[in-house]
Design a protein around this ligand. Sequence first.
Ligand code: DC
Length: 222
Amino acid sequence: MTVVVTVDGPAGAGKSSASRRLAERLQLLHVDTGAMYRAVALVAAERGVGLEDDGALGRLLEGLRFAFDLGRITVDGRDVSEAIRRREVGELASRVSARPVVRRRLVALQRSLAASPGVVMEGRDIGTVVFPDASVKFFLTASPGERAHRRALELHATGQTVDEAALAAELARRDERDSTRAVAPLRPAADAIVLDTSTLSLDDVVAEMERVVRARTALPGG
Ligand code: DC
């Protein structure tokens, strides 16, 4: 049986660090679906494709070949792992991710990545749309101030300068768009375990997630 662990939540809630570590501990594949939306947004912007032009987006997606390996993402053989982390790409990704034509293609790709022994997949709609029957679902949240602070640290680490107040406003706008869009809005699945990570260390978050997954599935070890 393939174990599917879903991790959803808003930007800066700690999904990526926690999912990556959890996957390592459980020896499962880790898939960051936000990176896919970012990659589509990056390539669309580079090629002058309008982010609201469904016909052109559909044609663009037809031709793109994504590959994931060891935490790197390549599109048509080009490694875009760093380029997609730029701040403006997050904003473009939020816009392009509201288009049904984009979601259809990426959801199909995401479903194809669940292979034995299992996967930890993070995003916004993984527990609600991509894998509604997942083995275990988590929804990570944190206070807006803490999320902006964490995002600022991440951007600093990649050499980008940020004003935390502006970043907080940007995240709030992005969450509002991600939560209110017509298709696959950001919300916890009815059966998701909601973890507020504001005052928890990464170790604590991962330990709690690992405990729940091991209790509910038949993964070996631990
Ligand atoms: O997790 P992230 O910040 O890298 O995601 C970038 C954008 O992609 C985010 O604003 C919303 C969108 N996204 C989505 O709509 N569905 C997903 N499963 C993952 C990300």
